[in-house]
Design a protein around this ligand. Structure first.
Ligand code: SF4
Length: 398
């Protein structure tokens, strides 16, 4: 499909909206009271520190709601106001935060059901209004909704659209897109739908495997089975790894995306020599500013003496998981929780260690004077961070 032409024609349609509806001021008032926190504002002004009794809390200098998330949530609120009578749907969680998604449910926004990764659009009817979330939707979903005669409100973050434009450039010039991301993450599913030939690599180690294949060849069947579900249909590593463009899920670890880009560049340089490199390799910087700022702030925070870290965000939030990774790499005990309710009763926490299922640690807060680092992913409202801090303070008896 010519995805670019489809997008262009969709954007001209009267039933497609990707800007607000003029209710911005009212919506901002509601969002501020639901998601902002006075205490967090004060901590920001106090050099990101809060001392209470036996605990010092240190906040990362960049954390929480990013611009793209705030914009998407505001657009969803505005959509409800603008279409008070219509049936409203969203193709996925608006963002990876349980409390924000719950708030939308209370506003009578329906979520499309999915079983084993297959969404059921059958209840969606002509005239319904469908919101596309901050991390976008696949081009097939957009086409289906358009064909059904729905009104589409597209809250896709412009940073994500920028990645789509990159993979479309690869496709136009017949380059294979190497996408650094998680093949089953909604954003990467959407991005790959705009790509031509593509291969998704999760990390540097998988990228190294691909580069070894480029340089030395290998067992094609084993390669395809390693990257099962992570490549375009009919992908052939012998044919499709000779001209490459690199793109990424916007919320991956920035340093890893950069290392992967460099690795592919070096590999093609070794294989084809410097004069051919321009015709073999293409790369655009598509890590979003918000992801970068939150990761940089986390790197700064973990330099300080901390007894432990608390990382707050949805368990399926990629950017939150990467913040957790930074703490784990420094061997700082780190607890990833999605809400304050995970703490207690007593000195107990239910949390998700990196790459594992939920587990309970009790006791988790050490005795005596402690310093706790706190950060949150781009989908986490300040109110949730405040609630978590309040529970920690209460546990330390302050
Ligand atoms: S994390 Fe970046 S790409 Fe994702 S919504 Fe926020 S600003 Fe957009």
């Amino acid at each position: 499909m010519d995805t670019k032409a489809f997008k262009r024609s969709l954007q001209k349609s009267d039933t497609y909206h990707r800007k607000g509806f003029g209710h911005g001021a009212e919506v901002m008032g509601a969002m501020n009271s639901e998601y902002q926190s006075q205490l967090i504002q004060e901590i920001r002004q106090n050099d990101y520190r809060l001392e209470r009794g036996a605990v010092t809390l240190k906040l990362a200098e960049a954390f929480g709601f990013c611009w793209g998330v705030e914009r998407a949530v505001a657009m969803a609120y505005e959509t409800r106001q603008h279409f008070p009578e219509e049936r409203l749907w969203i193709t996925n969680e608006i963002i990876h935060n349980p409390s924000v998604n719950q708030r939308l449910r209370e506003m009578d926004v329906n979520f499309i059901d999915a079983r084993e990764g297959i969404k059921d659009f059958s209840p969606v009817e002509r005239g319904d209004v469908v919101i596309l979330p901050a991390f976008g939707a696949s081009v097939e979903e957009m086409r289906l909704l358009n064909d059904k005669g729905c009104t589409i409100v597209d809250t896709t973050c412009p940073w994500v659209s920028k990645v789509w434009n990159s993979v479309e450039k690869h496709k136009k010039k017949d380059y294979t897109s190497i996408i650094h991301g998680k093949y089953n993450h909604e954003e990467t599913i959407a991005t790959s739908s705009f790509a031509g030939t593509y291969l998704i690599v999760l990390n540097l180690s998988q990228a190294q495997d691909v580069c070894d294949y480029i340089l030395n060849g290998g067992d094609k069947e084993a390669f395809l089975s390693q990257f099962k579900n992570a490549h375009s249909e009919g992908f052939d590593p012998d044919r499709d790894l000779i001209r490459l463009g690199v793109a990424n899920q916007t919320t991956m670890l920035k340093s890893e995306t950069e290392a992967i880009g460099k690795l592919f560049e070096k590999t093609l340089l070794r294989k084809y020599g410097p004069t051919a490199l321009n015709e073999r390799f293409m790369s655009f910087n598509t890590i979003c500013d918000a992801t970068q700022e939150r990761q940089d702030a986390m790197f700064k925070l973990v330099e300080e003496p901390l007894d432990l870290m608390v990382v707050i965000g949805g368990y399926n939030s990629s950017n939150t998981t990467h913040l957790q990774e930074i703490a784990v790499e420094r061997a700082i005990p780190s607890y990833h929780i999605d809400s304050a309710e995970r703490i207690g009763p007593g000195n107990r926490v239910e949390h998700k260690p990196l790459g594992k299922a939920l587990e309970v640690t009790e006791p988790w807060l050490p005795e005596g004077q402690i310093t706790v680092g706190v950060t949150s992913g781009a989908s986490t409202p300040d109110k949730v961070v405040e609630e978590v801090m309040a529970r920690i303070i209460a546990l330390k008896g302050a």
